[in-house]
Design a protein. Structure first.
Length: 272
C-alpha cells in the first residue's frame, strides 16, 4: 500500500524550507498524487523517508569529517585570518571582493563578525556577518544607491539592551577552490553552513534580536544559496548584483528556527 503525506507533514519530516521542498518536487525526487477528493496534493511517504535518511547520512558524514580531520569553525583572531579570507574571496569574486584594508577596518569595528573554517590549522573558508545601521540598509537595498561604507557597520554584540533590534548584512560566504576536489569543497561548504547556524544560535542565547538579514550577490552560487535559504529577491541593485532579504520572524529554515527558539528562551528568562 502506498502511503502519502501532506505538504506540511513532508516538510516537517525533512525540516527544510518551502523553497527547497519545492525543488525536491519539481525535480521528481518526491512524487505526488491528488487526494481522493481532488482538493489536495499529497506526497509519497517513501520518497520523503528516503530523502530524510540521505540527509541524515550526509550530516553524519560531515560531522565525522569535522571530528576526524581537525576541521572547525572559529572566530577570526587576527590580521592573518582576515588576509586569508580576502585571498579566498578573490578566488570567487575577483576584484569585486572587499579589500584587505576594508576588511581589517570592519574587523576592528566588529571583531565578532568574522568566522573562519580551519582544516588542520589552515583557513579554507569563511563567513562575514555584521550589523548595519538602518539608514545604510535603506540607502543600499531600498534606494539602491551605493555600496557598503566603513561607517555603515556596527558590532552585532552591541545590541544587548532589552528590546533593541538589529538588521544584519552577510558580506560573504566562501570556501577555497585551491587544491581541493569537489567532495572536499562540498564538505567545507556544509561545515561552514553548520558554523553559521551555530553562530546564530549563540547570538540568540545572548539576547541579540535580529529582525532581518540582508545579502547581495553577483555569482551563480551565491544567488542560488540565497534562494535555497528562502531569501526574498529585491531585484538588481546595480548592473550585476542582486539584493536579498530574509525576514527572520517568517523564515521556516531550520537554522533560523533554532535561532528564534534560543532568542525566545532568552526573552523568557529576561522577563521572568
Amino acid at each position: 500500500m502506498t502511503l502519502f503525506l501532506s505538504a506540511s507533514e513532508a516538510r516537517r519530516r525533512l525540516q527544510v524550507s518551502s523553497s527547497i521542498f519545492k525543488i525536491f518536487v519539481e525535480k521528481g525526487k518526491i512524487r505526488t498524487e491528488m487526494s481522493s477528493n481532488k482538493k489536495q496534493v499529497c506526497y509519497r511517504e517513501e520518497d520523503v523517508q528516503r530523502i530524510a535518511q540521505d540527509m541524515q547520512s550526509f550530516m553524519d558524514m560531515y560531522l565525522l569529517a569535522s571530528v576526524n580531520n581537525h576541521i572547525s569553525v572559529t572566530q577570526a583572531q587576527n590580521e592573518n585570518d582576515i588576509q586569508a579570507t580576502v585571498h579566498i574571496g578573490r578566488q570567487h569574486f575577483s576584484n569585486f571582493t572587499y579589500s584587505l584594508e576594508t576588511r581589517l577596518q570592519w574587523f576592528s569595528i566588529s571583531p565578532k563578525g568574522d568566522y573562519v573554517l580551519r582544516h588542520d590549522g589552515v583557513v579554507v573558508g569563511y563567513f562575514s556577518m555584521q550589523a548595519m545601521k538602518k539608514e545604510a540598509i535603506e540607502r543600499i537595498f531600498v534606494r539602491k544607491d551605493g555600496e557598503v561604507r566603513i561607517e555603515d557597520v556596527v558590532p552585532i554584540e552591541a545590541a544587548t539592551t532589552l528590546g533593541e533590534t538589529l538588521e544584519c548584512y552577510v558580506s560573504a560566504v566562501a570556501v577555497t577552490t585551491a587544491g581541493v576536489n569537489r567532495t572536499q569543497s562540498k564538505t567545507y561548504g556544509m561545515l561552514l553552513l553548520m558554523g553559521i547556524s551555530q553562530r546564530l544560535v549563540e547570538l540568540g542565547k545572548e539576547g541579540i534580536d535580529i529582525r532581518k538579514i540582508w545579502a547581495k550577490s553577483r555569482t551563480v552560487s551565491g544567488i542560488k544559496l540565497c534562494r535555497d535559504l528562502g531569501f526574498k529577491e529585491l531585484g538588481y541593485l546595480d548592473n550585476e548584483q542582486i539584493g536579498f532579504v530574509l525576514d527572520v520572524g517568517k523564515s521556516d529554515v531550520l537554522a533560523i528556527r533554532k535561532y528564534g527558539e534560543a532568542l525566545g528562551d532568552w526573552y523568557w528568562r529576561a522577563y521572568k
